[in-house]
Write a protein that binds this ligand. Structure first.
Ligand code: AMP
Length: 280
């Protein structure tokens, strides 16, 4: 497994691999078992010849009051995990090389990125879309794996790739959870033991709400009940929404023949958690 840090190293790597098909998993590091599943899916895919992991904590997708400075960095453990999952190259660019001074071009998706997290994290999806397209170009990705835990990110990127004819195929991987249901996240390590003990209630409430929707109960009533339950469990709710796929427009009613994300962002103490279920 090669670990590349400079664009010069990357150019040489690309030159030696002309014509090879490049599998790709972009991350911000602090890898956990959820990331490992993405890498494993890539390892099992016989259509790619190289398996690339990127580790880059992208400053442009963090808001001014978000956790960029304290975002966990665990490079040695990340590299060990990557080696065990069959990664052939790790692209870990220097932060100061990633963006040209005075860079003034961005990738902005304007429909799928509007609601849900987009409403509360202005600029976040522009930062994500821009860096992911840059990373696709840098490594020459032909197929890339993303977690459906970040469901809006996945559908925003799908739209960007379609609209801009980026020749990479995106694969969505179901959310990997702890035994008690909590979606794995690099941010879970911010939770105190007490908060950690309460956090699985988010998934439990999503499951209850999903069952109620499938039972034919009204969307507004189901969401209200779930919100009440979450508040009682100590969460501060940013949003809990039924959003129709693939546009993620807010759904006022649930129709069996359509597909939705039942998606939430909540705070447990200072820690922002997101989770969702794909319904239908
Ligand atoms: P991150 O570096 O954590 O922002 O995410 C890198 C990739 O891993 C993204 O495609 C995420 O959606 C994915 N990912 C993170 N957590 C999970 C999880 N619990 N299950 C599945 N994929 C995940």
């Amino acid at each position: 497994m090669e670990v590349l840090r400079t664009f010069e190293e990357l150019r040489q790597w690309r030159a030696r691999r002309g014509g090879r098909r490049i599998g790709f998993v972009p991350t911000m590091g602090a890898l956990h078992a959820g990331h490992a599943v993405l890498l494993r899916e890539m390892a099992q895919d016989v259509t790619v010849d190289e398996r690339v992991l990127s580790i880059f904590v992208n400053p442009t997708q963090f808001g001014p009051h978000e956790d960029l400075a304290k975002y966990p960095r665990t490079l040695d453990a990340d590299l060990a995990l990557a080696r065990g999952e069959g990664v052939t190259m790790v692209w870990h660019p220097e932060a100061n090389e990633m963006y040209a001074r005075g860079a003034s071009s961005f990738v902005e998706e304007s429909v799928v990125s509007r609601g849900l997290c987009g409403e509360f994290r202005p600029g976040h999806f522009r930062g994500v879309a821009t860096v992911v397209v840059k990373l696709f170009n840098q490594v020459g990705a032909t197929r890339a794996w993303f977690g459906l835990k970040d469901v809006q990110q996945f559908f925003v990127l799908k739209r960007v790739v379609r609209d801009l004819d980026v020749s990479v195929e995106l694969i969505g991987v179901p959310t990997v959870r702890e035994a008690d249901g909590l979606a794995m996240s690099s941010r879970n390590r911010y939770l105190s033991p007490d908060e950690r003990a309460r956090a699985p209630e988010l998934y439990r409430r999503l499951r209850l709400a999903e069952a109620a929707l499938l039972d034919g109960r009204g969307v507004a009533e189901v969401l209200d009940e779930a919100k009440r339950g979450l508040s009682e469990a100590g969460f501060r709710i940013q949003y809990l929404t039924l959003a129709e796929l693939p546009d993620l427009s807010v759904a006022k009613e649930y129709l069996r023949e359509r597909s939705y994300a039942l998606a939430a962002a909540v705070f447990m103490g200072e820690t922002r958690l997101i989770d969702n279920l794909i319904v239908g």
